[in-house]
Design a protein around this ligand. Sequence first.
Ligand SMILES: CCC(=O)SCCNC(=O)CCNC(=O)[C@H](O)C(C)(C)COP(=O)(O)OP(=O)(O)OC[C@H]1O[C@@H](n2cnc3c(N)ncnc32)[C@H](O)[C@@H]1OP(=O)(O)O
Length: 251
Amino acid sequence: MEAMLEHHDGIALFTICRPEKRNAINFAVMEALEEAMEQAAADRQVKVFAITGAGSEAFCSGGDLSEFGHLRGTEARQMLMRMGELLYRLLTFPKPTVALVNGTAMGGGCELATACDFRFAKEGSRIGFVQGRLGITTGWGGASMLFAKLPYGRALDLLLRAEPMTAEAMEACGWIDAILSAERWHEQWRERLAPYAARSLSVLQAYKAAAGEKWRTTWFREQFFAEIARCAELWGSDEHEQALRPFLRKN
Ligand SMILES: CCC(=O)SCCNC(=O)CCNC(=O)[C@H](O)C(C)(C)COP(=O)(O)OP(=O)(O)OC[C@H]1O[C@@H](n2cnc3c(N)ncnc32)[C@H](O)[C@@H]1OP(=O)(O)O
């Protein structure tokens, strides 16, 4: 089982279940995420959609490099567009969404979390938009979302540094909404989400409809998918191939 969907007190919790790969996203996880979002959007008992990773090490290490690292040309572009479409759907989801960052988040794992309305991180988590060190850019719309959600200089700094940051640094720049205790992680994120789940579905959906206007403009959509197309160009570059070589040799 690559992922699962559980329900707790009005919260639909989607868990990526690949701890041995630090919860990297492969095609099976994409499919499971698509199904989970469809179910959670349609289920009137669900008030909040949350995403986390299995195990105690990682939230999500981004795209599965052993599955995606060999993709070239059209195949790479299709993979990036597919996940980009899913993250755009998550960004415009009709109910509040939360990334429960329970450990390391790297690359596309940070893009996944950025697409959510809120990001709560377990203390000690390391978070990095590391794509720039791999000869690529964010390829799932992450930069477009980041520029819209953080002050311009903070967003650009994270992307250009392309290095793992502490949870404290990510909270200071506004990406993390709250750092929660490692010992009381499950209890604390439930406490944080309970007030949202206590609101009526019609109120939640009305606020999300208002929030969604910003993302549905032609300008934003074009920027979001142009970013993905640019990453697809870089995916086949020598710089990216060289950066992945040590990883692909090992896997
Ligand atoms: C789509 C575009 C993108 O997402 S580009 C960004 C892709 N992601 C990355 O570059 C992150 C690569 N991974 C790492 O830096 C580290 O594994 C992190 C996440 C920091 C975790 O470190 P650590 O806890 O020490 O674990 P580790 O490196 O020993 O890894 C454990 C096993 O998991 C695997 N793994 C990890 N990340 C990925 C990944 N993205 N795709 C596929 N496999 C991954 C490692 O290869 C390792 O496997 P094994 O135990 O050696 O077989």
